[in-house]
Design a protein around this ligand. Structure first.
Ligand code: SER
Length: 324
């Protein structure tokens, strides 16, 4: 991996992944791909090249691959689960037709492709606890349907054409740089913003609804380490379960309250998000990722909670209080 195109570079994952790759591969060209209306700004714009990269335009993608001699594409273009329920046709167009364009460019130009899958690729019939790597995947959301299809199409291009496709099933991602947009797991980010600002948090997910979550530094580590893994060790490809913590709103609120004692939360459950959340695993088994490419997360719930609070206080220019 040397010259990389990050599609969706201004999104929740892309904004941090692009910067990590630029730091870790200084000899390479890390191209920040974006769509008009979501232009890179600040350090993301200034620290390397950027190009309009709309997944619905295969010719545009091919031209970028040629121009920068791209060897790896991170395909982070997607509508998250709650938005995809409102705009299912657009979600299909971006997630499926977009992926097909990318895979065709990859086949012609011998480029490796990472397209994240998700806990959303599972459904109500999937075992919820210790969800196995290979199990029932019958999601009911459009987001989930596109994620299962992404896994299948990516594996197809590997088996049929030898395209080096790899992927992980991300849990809900908790981060402090760029907000997620319209996912079921967004509450686990929003709760920290409210807590640090001293505001009451109105939680859209019910108490007792557990989902896998992960801190962004671990998610980025997974995305980079999998693409650098020895291909001969990979039994699976699309897509690996990766996990680090399983929590419900009460667990998270409790952790925050032990550091910010005045934190208040009340529930206004959103039926769309709650139904999706109930159909997703509580806790995935990630032993295949650990065995096949050495996956190991660095952050548990306590470390993540400490780091989120400190980082958001810095971001808002607030004083660092003591954790009581
Ligand atoms: N974070 C995503 C969502 O909630 C799941 O992968 O839609």
């Amino acid at each position: 991996m040397k010259n990389v195109l990050v599609i969706g570079s201004t999104g929740q994952i892309g904004s941090e992944l692009t910067m990590k790759l630029r730091r870790e591969i200084p000899e390479g060209q890390i191209v920040a791909g974006y769509i008009p209306g979501a232009e890179p700004k600040g350090i993301l714009l200034e620290s390397g090249p950027s190009e309009i990269a709309d997944v619905r335009d295969g010719k545009q993608l091919a031209a970028i691959v040629d121009r920068y001699q791209v060897d790896t594409i991170y395909n982070l273009a997607a509508l998250l689960s709650a938005v995809a329920e409102k705009k299912p046709l657009l979600a299909w167009d971006i997630q499926m037709n977009g992926l097909l364009n990318i895979l065709e460019v990859a086949r012609e130009k011998e480029v490796a492709v990472f397209t994240p899958s998700s806990i959303g690729s599972f459904g109500p019939e999937t075992p919820k606890i210790d969800t196995p790597q290979d199990t029932i995947q019958r999601p009911r959301s459009m987001y989930g349907v596109t994620k299962v299809a992404t896994e299948l199409l990516s594996d197809y291009y590997f088996h049929k054409f030898g395209v080096d496709t790899r992927s992980v099933r991300f849990p809900g991602l908790i981060s402090n740089v760029t907000l997620p947009g319209g996912g079921t797991t967004d509450y686990a980010v929003d709760i920290f913003y409210s807590a640090v600002k001293g505001e009451e948090f109105v939680c859209p997910i019910a108490a007792g609804t557990f989902m896998d979550m992960m801190y962004m530094p671990d998610a980025l580590k997974a995305a980079v380490e999998l693409m650098q893994a020895d291909p001969y060790r990979l039994v699976h490809r699309n897509s690996f379960n990766v996990a680090s913590m399983s929590l419900d709103p009460e667990t998270l609120a409790g952790k925050i309250r032990s550091r910010i004692p005045g934190f208040r939360m009340r529930y206004e459950v959103d039926p769309v998000r709650e139904e999706i959340a109930q159909s997703w695993p509580d806790k995935m088994d990630d032993s295949c990722a650990r065995a096949e490419w050495g996956w190991a997360p660095a952050y548990d719930l306590d470390l993540m909670t400490d780091d989120m609070i400190v980082s958001l206080r810095n971001k808002f220019g607030m004083q660092q209080g003591r954790f009581d």
